[in-house]
Design a protein around this ligand. Structure first.
Ligand code: ZN
Length: 411
């Protein structure tokens, strides 16, 4: 990715005072003279910031402003160990709102819309980000938070919600419920803004078709503002990332080398304006690629492709390395499968056993044919043969947050 002149000057400017403001970077870059970083090539030599470094700074070691300038904190979920706490100044909160409002605008959402917000509120950034953007845009925010499907659908109908903000798994759950109750005609939904999570085309199509809405993917992470640093446009050819706030790189996850545009690797982000907790070359562990060239929509903000997984999601069975996105692809191209699936990996008497459960409307011989086809495609793509089992539609669990699909009971 070619850094623009504006990005380079914002960066050089920021780096010149970074060590004075941030004790975290004063220590991390103690052997580097920041005045030596003058070009993109110099910048690409700077060490990465890792999630573990951020965790080690718990609770407020990332803070780069005086206490009086901090107006709030957010925290990553902390499901795996110590959480990361990110302090925000008023400018950071405002900048986040500006970016999220831009996302809504890119999706064709206006101040006349009523935005039904189902992601959670609290320490994490999801619900609050959707809300900030809605208010900045001047739309009506309906701050539902997750859960209580009956109430969700009632409010959606009574208030005439036009936009659904949700994770893909919760959007699917709501879509299925709306279909089951036959209430689609009573709703006014027209767009969906769906939180970043790796998800397949089948699931997207089901949500779009069942709800009859157009869907936009929004990207973000708590460490860098939260959701709203980028979104897909009407071309649906990748997510534009707001390049005046965030600089993107894609690197080889093994060597750390910056990769040419179009090659898949790990997304690395640098904040260009953040005050409370600036981050330089932060490794997201998200796997994607920079989409080369200009987008037909006319936006000059660079694009990343739909996430294909996380560098830490890889699993190994019978000597084969696999990513959930590859399983997703097998489900996608097998005829007769629905969008929902689970992978179970067990150790039975010293042998790895891999089972793929998938939902299908098929029965009897047709189901057996589908199971066989899935196993064949799986073997061809991933190198080992699973035990494929079709289950009735609606059998596998849906989640309000991210749906867990890989269950490894070997360790
Ligand atoms: Zn575009």
């Amino acid at each position: 990715m070619q850094m623009t002149d504006q990005q380079l000057s914002a960066l050089v400017n920021q780096l010149s005072t970074l060590k004075d403001r941030s004790p975290f970077y004063a220590k991390k870059f103690e052997d580097i003279d920041m005045a030596d970083v003058r070009t993109q090539a110099d910048f690409e030599q700077l060490p990465f910031s890792e999630k573990d470094d951020l965790r080690a700074a718990y609770p407020l070691g990332l803070q780069a402003v005086p206490d009086s300038a901090v107006v709030r904190i957010h925290s990553s979920s902390g499901t795996t160990g110590t959480p990361v706490i990110i302090p925000y100044t008023q400018k950071d909160v405002d900048d986040w709102a500006i970016q999220f409002a831009r996302c809504y605008e890119m999706a064709g959402i206006t101040s006349f819309d009523r935005i039904h917000i189902t992601p959670g509120y609290g320490l994490w950034t999801a619900g609050i980000g959707f809300q900030l953007g809605a208010e900045r845009l001047g739309a009506m925010a309906i701050p539902m938070g997750p859960g209580n499907t009956d109430k969700q659908l009632q409010m959606m109908e009574d208030l005439g919600s036009t936009v659904l903000g949700a994770t893909s798994s919760y959007a699917l759950l709501l879509a299925e419920e709306i279909e089951k109750r036959g209430i689609r005609d009573r709703l006014k939904l027209r767009k969906g803004v769906i939180g970043s999570e790796r998800w397949g085309e089948k699931m997207r199509n089901r949500i779009q078709n069942e709800l009859g809405i157009q869907i936009y993917d929004i990207y973000g992470l708590t460490e860098i503002y939260g959701p709203g640093i980028g979104i897909s446009c009407d071309e649906h050819a990748g997510m534009h990332i707001w390049s005046d706030y965030v600089y993107i790189e894609v690197v080889d996850p093994a060597t750390g080398e910056t990769l040419p545009d179009g090659e898949e690797g790990e997304l690395v982000l640098t904040t260009l304006q953040k005050e409370g907790a600036p981050l330089i070359r932060y490794r997201t562990h998200d796997l994607t690629r920079i989409v080369p060239g200009d987008c037909a929509c006319g936006s000059k903000h660079p694009r990343i492709a739909t996430l294909t997984g996380r560098t830490d999601d890889m699993f190994k069975v019978k000597g084969c390395n696999m990513f959930p996105a590859q399983v997703e692809e097998v489900i996608q191209i097998t005829n007769g499968t629905s969008s929902e699936y689970q992978v179970m990996i067990e150790n039975i008497s010293g042998k790895d056993v891999l089972t793929v459960l998938f939902e299908t409307p098929l029965e009897g011989e047709e189901k057996a044919r589908c199971e066989e086809e899935l196993a064949t495609i799986f073997k061809a793509k991933l190198g080992c043969t699973p035990d494929a089992k079709g289950v009735p539609m609606g059998e596998l669990p849906r989640s309000e947050k991210k749906t867990k699909r890989i269950f490894d009971s070997r360790y």
